[in-house]
Design a protein around this ligand. Structure first.
Ligand code: HEM
Length: 137
């Protein structure tokens, strides 16, 4: 019996994932609306581009290299101050990067964006007030 296609296969495999991640960080790097999110990242985005690509490959049912590292993506983000507005910037840029992928199944793209958005929201660890006070200090 043939296995059902994974989301990884359905969206076009590693080239599609790499294109989505590339577009996501290009948006984050260039649009003023994502400045707070950008500011949390290192100047050189090449490591995180690679890391998110490996993570999404695994998360979508493709090669499991990122999961084999044994890191928890939620724990990794605890050291960054993330108010709701920054989680929303992440989700917005990711939803746009996915929607712009040529030929992507619209429903699958929306489902991916929705679930990734839930993950981003679960990473919130500051109120907007905390974030403003930290900036003023
Ligand atoms: C909630 C908003 C988020 C913020 C502010 C954020 C921020 C960051 C930052 C600052 C880094 C380190 C990059 C660097 O040092 O330049 C990072 C790495 C990473 N983030 Fe996020 N992130 C968010 C959401 C997410 C979500 C929802 C996912 C997964 C779906 C994710 C997956 C990753 C991965 C896989 C890495 C690379 C880790 C590694 O391979 O070492 N992030 N993130």
């Amino acid at each position: 019996m043939s296995q059902p296609a994974t989301p990884y296969q359905m969206i076009g495999g590693k080239d599609a994932v790499a294109a989505i991640v590339g577009r996501f960080y290009d948006l984050m790097d260039s649009e003023p609306g994502y400045a707070d999110l950008r500011a949390l990242h290192a100047r050189d985005l090449s490591t995180v581009r690679h890391g998110l690509t490996l993570f999404l490959n695994a998360w979508l049912g493709g090669p499991k290299d990122w999961f084999e590292r044994g890191s928890c993506v939620m724990s990794l983000h605890r050291r960054f101050p993330i108010p709701p507005s920054v989680a929303d910037q992440w989700s917005d840029a990711m939803a746009r990067a996915i929607a712009a992928q040529p030929g992507i199944d619209k429903e699958l793209g929306l489902a991916m964006a929705e679930r990734l958005g839930h993950m981003a929201r679960a990473m919130v660890n500051r109120t907007e007030d905390d974030a403003a006070q930290a900036e003023a200090a």
